[in-house]
Design a binder for this molecule. Structure first.
Ligand code: ATR
Length: 279
């Protein structure tokens, strides 16, 4: 049983809604594994209350927090200190408070995405990568892939958003949303950052018939764990990487900032969190 004392280190995840978040599960798994006197709690916070809650958490001695929809941009605005990644994203998902009362923030989604692929043995340098989507998730993924010297191409239903992203990143090529399946043969990695295939959304058939046999396919969607895209890739015998690992890896930095231990992502953690997705 996990007992917390008066000296416990406390962190949280803020979102609206928050019930769906798997972050409490995974951080408390690590807290228990490392026998740390601490807790990580979900806080349902409305957009209009966000700034006040952050200040209150700081005053109450919280170590920091994760933020999810709809707070990532507001969290960026709250920060006293941000890194280059956060500046490029204009948003953060991880905050920590320093001893002298400063609020620091970064966005760990892109690093989590890259770490998940590396964990699966995928190399990224000079690889040709096709990214489906041009929203916030695509921005994180694309930025981190560029840090790995990958060559990125973006395709998005709304062309203007793809153009804006390429302009902001100062790198990348665009192909038309209608023609990505035809051009798939020239890519090493296909990444879905759209909500297509997410549980509760409309069905979508991914056409991978032009894929080369060495194409690796990954999805940042993890509910369902095996998405329609991953299923289509498996049926073609392609290597796939599940999105769940990105969620687990993006959590590591925050945990180490708040609780002082750099945790690992392993099979036991993956299955523990995956089991919660079935319910
Ligand atoms: P996130 O921050 O999770 O990336 P977002 O900014 O709303 O969320 O972006 C969602 C992405 O999924 C966008 O690329 C969106 O395409 P548009 O820019 O054209 O809206 C994409 N998307 C969502 N539903 C889609 C659909 N039915 N078909 C194609 N793309 C879709």
């Amino acid at each position: 049983m996990q007992i917390i004392t008066g000296k416990a280190k406390i962190a949280a995840v803020l979102g609206w809604p928050i019930e769906h978040s798997r972050s409490p599960l995974l951080h408390n798994f690590w807290l228990q594994r490392h026998q740390i006197d601490g807790a990580y709690i979900p806080l349902a916070v409305k957009a209009e209350d966000f700034k006040d809650v952050i200040q209150t958490m700081k005053a109450a001695g919280f170590k920091g927090c994760n933020v999810t929809i709809p707070h990532k941009e507001a969290a960026y605005q709250c920060c006293d200190i941000v890194d280059e990644t956060a500046k490029k994203m204009g948003s953060v998902n991880t905050l920590w408070f320093t001893e002298d009362g400063k609020i620091c923030g970064t966005s760990t989604d892109g690093d989590g995405f890259v770490a998940n692929l590396k964990d699966a043995g995928i190399t990224l340098t000079n690889k040709k990568i096709l990214i489906l989507g041009a929203g916030g998730a695509a921005r994180s993924v694309a930025y981190s892939l560029l840090q790995e010297n990958a060559q990125i191409t973006i395709t998005n239903r709304t062309l203007e958003r793809a153009e804006q992203l390429v302009q902001d990143l100062n790198s990348g090529r665009i192909i038309d949303w209608q023609s990505w399946t035809k051009e798939l043969g020239s890519f090493d990695l296909l990444v879905n950052t759209t909500s297509l295939g997410m549980e509760g959304k409309e069905d979508f058939q991914f056409d991978l018939q032009n894929a080369s046999k060495n194409l690796v396919v990954t999805d940042i969607v993890y509910v369902p764990r095996i998405t329609p895209l991953l299923k289509a890739a498996e049926q073609k015998g392609l290597k796939t990487v599940e999105g769940l690992g990105m969620l687990l890896h993006q959590a590591r930095l925050g945990f180490s900032k708040w609780f002082g231990v750099d945790p690992i992502v392993d099979h036991e953690l993956t299955e523990f969190v995956a089991n919660s997705l079935k319910k």
